[in-house]
Design a binder for this molecule. Structure first.
Ligand code: BEZ
Ligand code: FE
Length: 286
């Protein structure tokens, strides 16, 4: 098609793509082109702004390394990652535990740890925290033999792989639920932490006057054949921090119940697994 007016550009592109063989690719690209063209019209994008946008996409790629993914981080801070996560893992029957982002810090092969043991593997000053959890199916029956990976930041807000002061695999562990579906361990209360701000995402957050902070949380990945793998986080921070998670990861049902009893601080949480396929995600780091 030879274009005579700018109004014809969108239709020309849609027509050029109309023989796409893969039907899902056809739906996605058709919608993407329509929305992008509408976006350009809506904001009346100028040529310098277009150049800047292209530069930003290039920078996202260039800043991405084996240990840092600036593209994912950009998706995180505009809520895209959480939207895709909740859309695809929403409670189908209003019973199973809500999913939350895997994040960039899950490692495979966390140390196998017995129930009741500690995941503190090198001196880690902070408040002791006892964590007691149970895993059930959607009918309330205990799920025995589920494998549970746990990982968290330290009380200074750093994962062990970011912090030379922590032993390898500190604050990580792999548990197996007992006959009653329970797993439990001791740890230290995690702190919130900033997402990396050395790149284009940091520049954007500063321009938007947003704090780059995630509220304190513990990650859980629960796996058992016959159940949909649950990737989730339990938040242990105060309400104010929970309100401003830079990656929009806090959902109400994932706010943990902390109890300060005579034995110290404890967190209890029950997880509910939906039936489905047990698939492990690709680890973002090794
Ligand atoms: C995390 O929870 O570990 C995380 C999630 C998204 C971006 C950065 C960190
Ligand atoms: Fe995290």
């Amino acid at each position: 098609m030879i274009i005579e007016r700018q109004e014809q550009v969108t239709d020309a592109v849609l027509a050029a793509m109309s023989d796409t063989g893969n039907p899902r690719l056809a739906v996605i690209m058709n919608s993407l082109v329509r929305h992008l063209h509408d976006f350009v019209r809506e904001v009346q994008l100028t040529e310098p702004e277009f150049e800047q946008a292209i530069g930003a996409v290039v920078a996202l790629g260039q800043l991405t390394t084996a240990t840092h993914n600036e593209v994912v981080l950009a998706a995180d801070v505009i809520g895209l990652s959480t939207l895709v996560c909740l859309m695809n893992n929403g409670p189908a029957g209003n019973t199973e535990t809500a999913a939350a982002l895997l994040g960039p810090f899950w490692r495979m092969n966390s140390p196998v740890t017995r129930n009741g043991d500690s995941i503190v593997r090198s001196p880690t000053p902070g408040e002791n925290l006892a964590v007691r959890c149970a895993v059930r199916d959607v009918n309330g029956a205990p799920v025995a033999g589920a494998v549970v990976d746990v990982w968290q930041a330290s009380p200074v807000g750093m994962y062990e792989n970011q912090d030379p002061d922590q032993a390898d695999m500190n604050l990580r562990g792999q548990f197996t639920t007992d006959a009653e579906g329970r797993f439990w361990f001791s740890s230290v209360k995690p702190a919130g932490y900033p997402v990396p701000t050395h790149g284009i995402v940091g520049t954007l957050l500063a321009a938007q006057k947003r704090a780059p902070l995630r509220p304190a949380h513990i990650h859980f990945l629960i796996y058992k054949p016959g159940f949909k793998t649950l990737v989730s986080q339990i938040f242990v921070d105060d309400e104010q921090q929970l309100q401003s998670d830079v990656v929009f990861g806090v959902t109400r049902s994932l706010v943990g119940k902390l109890d300060r009893g005579a034995d110290g601080l404890s967190l209890a949480h029950d997880f509910v697994l939906a039936p489905g396929e047990a698939i492990l995600p690709t680890p973002p780091i090794s």
